[in-house]
Ligand binder design. Structure first.
Ligand code: ASP
Length: 496
């Protein structure tokens, strides 16, 4: 008996997690490249960086990441050349290594298969930009007139604003009740700040800021081809909607040719997605396995309360808010809706990218959830770009957490500022992995919390990114169903 694709994917997810934990990267093992030779050290008790016989820094058994990051920070400052590493073992034995070029983790089979997953993400991402362009042009052109476009657009944006504000409020509620930052020991705080200082700085250096006027002005592309080449989703959306609107206005043979062109392109891309999805079980397996194998669970322990707060918020968002909205606005059975979302959820979770998931969401919305193409092709690309409930919730919790660790008590006005800036920051977040963390800087700045504080949470960002991307994409499907239903255009659900 042949297993259904979504069952294969779910199975791959579970097996990937098991495989990754069996072949996990040993936290007490390092590969040191010295004198062009690889030395593997394992089970040390202390590792010290020394220069001219004086010790600069000493690390213990749990500091694999700290050691790697510290050495790479030295390398960028070119201070690594005269460093001598002295390693002590529990037996009392000492080992000295000089002329070190590189220090890295020792990879296992759990991470070596990841290129399969990376190829899958690239294939889906390759489709995302042309699909947003083609489907929005066709979507906007097929919404008979300007009034209709304004109505659907207004409903979409209104629905997204509503879900975002509720999402952020859920996040703030959990952050206030659990207060994860109040329980962080000073020593863990210092260790995290030190370990991830460089990573945090490289994100801060990107200098994101949120000036509402600039933000709006920047939505207009100076050159749409550059926007496409750079994958700037907001600019592409703006351009595509305008072109779609005016194609519908000129209504000539010529506009038909252009619309048919993009329609054909969109159809071909969706067909390609269905073929790429055959790779999904293998890709999901390798991606999850690599994440689990590589993940430093000691960091998860340190940031457990924070991670639990974010995940609790995301769970309520996904399994309470969304079902409630589905019930209020549509007649679609909640169980059925979620059942049909399995592939979407698995792809979002393993790729951490709404953009990479978009082609799959589109396929499922049209073929399984009964949303007509003209609504799906308008609402989904727009939603993928501007609607990030999971990210907004995460940003609210993260801002509160960092404030709590630094001992700031954010009052009601400041928390309302978080609602506003997190909603906007999430709109500005590109639908690709890790950008939510960079946009968090805007939220921190708005309430005067030190932005270097992102160093505290970088260590668990990947896992939380996977989790927040799931509601990000489910909300898009939900909006699609809600809007199609409000227009009386929702067809029968697939009875899979
Ligand atoms: N990875 C998220 C997404 O693609 C964005 C983020 O929060 O970093 O939806």
């Amino acid at each position: 008996m042949k297993m259904k694709l979504h069952t294969q994917i779910v199975l791959a997810l579970i097996l990937g997690a098991v495989f990754g934990s069996i072949f996990h990267i040993d936290q007490n093992k390092l590969s040191i490249n010295a004198n062009s030779e690889e030395v593997i050290i394992t089970d040390w008790s202390t590792l010290a960086f020394t220069k001219k016989d004086s010790v600069i820094k000493t690390y213990g058994t749990k500091d694999q990441l700290g050691i790697i990051k510290y050495f790479s920070s030295l390398k960028t400052k070119k201070a690594a050349e005269d460093i001598v590493i002295k390693i002590k073992y529990p037996s009392g034995q000492e080992q000295i290594i000089d002329k070190v070029k590189e220090i890295s983790k020792v990879k296992t089979i759990g991470v070596l298969l990841k290129p399969v997953g990376d190829t899958f993400i690239r294939l889906l991402t390759m489709i995302a930009v042309p699909l947003v362009l083609a489907s929005l042009i066709v979507g906007a052109a097929s919404l008979s007139d300007l009034k209709h476009i304004a109505k659907i657009g207004g409903k979409t944006i209104g629905f997204y604003a509503l879900t975002a504000v509720i999402a952020i409020s859920i996040g703030l509620f959990f952050a206030n009740v659990i207060q994860p930052g109040k329980f962080m020991p000073e020593e863990s705080k210092q260790r995290l700040l030190e370990t991830f200082q460089e990573d945090a700085q490289s994100r801060i250096d990107q200098n994101v800021s949120m000036n509402l006027v600039d933000f709006l002005v920047n939505i207009v592309p100076k050159n749409p081809f550059k926007a496409i080449a750079d994958g700037d989703f907001l600019q592409i959306v703006f351009f595509a909607i305008l072109i779609g609107i005016f194609l519908s206005q000129i209504k000539t043979e010529k506009s038909k040719t252009v619309i048919d062109f993009f329609d054909g392109l969109g159809n071909a891309l969706i067909m390609l997605v269905e073929k790429i999805m055959y790779l999904a079980p293998y890709a999901v397996f390798t991606l999850i396995s690599a994440t689990v194998a590589e993940f430093g669970f000691s960091i998860l322990q340190t940031l457990l309360l924070y991670s639990v707060t974010v995940i609790a918020g995301l769970t309520v968002l996904t399994f309470a808010e969304y079902p409630l909205l589905l019930k209020i606005f549509t007649k679609v059975p909640v169980y059925k809706f979620f059942k049909l979302q399995r592939q979407v959820i698995a792809v979002a979770f393993s790729t951490s990218s709404s953009a990479a998931t978009l082609p799959v969401t589109m396929d499922i919305c049209e073929k399984k959830l009964g949303v007509p193409n003209r609504i799906a092709s308008f609402v989904l690309p727009l939603g993928t770009t501007i609607n990030m409930d999971g990210t907004a919730l995460y940003q609210a919790v993260a801002a509160m957490f960092i404030a709590q660790v630094y001992g700031f008590d954010l009052n009601l006005t400041q928390q309302l500022t978080i609602v506003l800036t997190a909603a906007l920051a999430a709109v500005g977040t590109a639908p690709v992995p890790g950008i939510g963390l960079i946009m968090l800087i805007i939220v921190l700045k708005s309430v005067g919390v030190p932005e270097e504080g992102i160093a505290l949470i970088i260590g668990v960002d990947r896992i939380l990114d996977m989790c927040r991307t799931v509601p990000n994409v489910i909300a898009d499907s939900l909006a699609c169903v809600v809007i199609a239903s409000s227009e009386g255009e929702l067809r029968e659900l697939s009875n899979e």
